[in-house]
Ligand binder design. Structure first.
Ligand code: NAP
Length: 309
């Protein structure tokens, strides 16, 4: 049982998530995380991965012992502060894999087969003047996955049916039937398509730089469904403009919701507004898992999906 008004909701949630929160909980809402914290002896915070939770806010509510974030990425949380103050945290891994994998595969085919441009071509009646450009097949290519975790492995399983070779990199080699490369440059060199599915961290910050893009090469494609910080966007823009790589599909950006304007006017990039988990079914599952974690906390049970910080 979660006591009434003992949870502080920080940030705005899409309607489908807010409905579920309001059905299961009675929270106090702080829609602007930069605003002053409301009065109340809150024991827990509920937030989501697109909301940066400021350390200053936690300092204003020292009663908080637990933070539940909706999303698998927890780079929105002030992890050092949480650790130093013994504050627990939970995320929502696993329940969003289907939606994120489906988007990644949709982006991959849209990019290779130029589906958005093909639709614009038909709608603008350009078809009656000339045929659409010839594109490229996925089958036979090598798809490299940077980050063979929950999403990476689910993605690899789906990709197997598309007759591709799969390779990966990451801190640890797994018992998987795919080629392991010890670093991102070696993976890029071996790949025709490089998909990013790793977390944002100091180690992955701007991991996709000019050198890695050069290794991917002029026939290579990049798909980023991880976090914007993993890519050096300046280097990627140059690589796209100078055709050092063939194209990129980006769901995430360094600056959301106002991505680098350079991406908006080039034709070898496909952009989506951070919608990896944005399906009704998935958002409902994420909200419920976040609330189940809050319940476990209030019942003094182990968190279901604790962030090991
Ligand atoms: P996960 O199970 O923790 O997997 C992350 C994987 O990344 C792990 O296998 C880890 O390797 C690997 N990794 C860590 N550091 C790396 C590095 N430097 N280079 C390459 N790989 C590295 O997490 P997940 O559930 O698959 O989610 C992955 C990420 O996807 C999340 O952190 C989030 O940022 C992003 N995401 C985006 C969306 C979206 O809307 N676009 C939605 C959901 C998730 P080890 O196994 O060796 O530790």
């Amino acid at each position: 049982m979660i006591p009434v008004n003992s949870v502080l909701q920080v940030g705005q949630f899409p309607e489908i998530m807010q409905r579920e929160i309001d059905r299961r909980l009675s929270t106090t809402k702080l829609l602007d995380p930069q605003a002053k914290a409301p009065e109340g002896g809150f024991a827990a915070i509920l937030t989501r991965s697109n909301t940066q939770l400021p350390q200053g806010l936690l300092e204003q509510v020292p009663t908080v012992r637990m933070v539940a974030t909706c999303g698998v990425g927890y780079d929105n949380l002030p992890l050092d502060y949480l650790k130093a103050n013994g504050i627990q945290a939970s995320n929502t891994p696993g329940v969003l894999n289907d939606a994120v994998c489906e988007l990644a595969i949709g982006m991959l085919f849209s990019l290779l087969r130029r589906i958005p441009e093909a639709q614009a071509f038909v709608k603008s009646a350009a078809w009656s003047k000339s045929p659409f450009t010839i594109t490229t097949t996925l089958a036979g290519k090598c798809v490299g996955i940077a980050g063979m975790g929950r999403i990476g492995q689910d993605l690899a399983k789906r990709l197997e049916s598309f007759k591709v070779k799969i390779a990966y990199t990451g801190p640890s080699r797994k018992e998987l039937p795919y080629d392991y490369h010890p670093n991102i440059k070696a993976l890029a060199q071996a790949s025709d398509v490089l998909i990013l599915a790793c977390p944002a961290s100091p180690e992955t910050d701007k991991m996709i730089n000019a050198e890695v893009l050069d290794a991917l090469g002029p026939q290579g494609y990049l798909v980023n469904i991880a976090r914007g910080s993993v890519v050096d966007e300046g280097a990627l823009l140059v690589a796209l403009q100078q055709k050092k790589i063939a194209g990129a599909a980006l769901d995430v950006f360094e600056n959301e919701p106002n991505p680098n304007a350079g991406f908006l006017n080039i034709d070898n990039v496909l952009l989506t507004p951070h919608i990896g988990s944005a399906t009704a079914e998935t958002r409902q599952l994420m909200t419920n898992l976040a609330i189940d974690n809050l319940e476990a906390f209030y019942n003094q049970q182990p968190l279901l999906t604790e962030v090991k910080n």
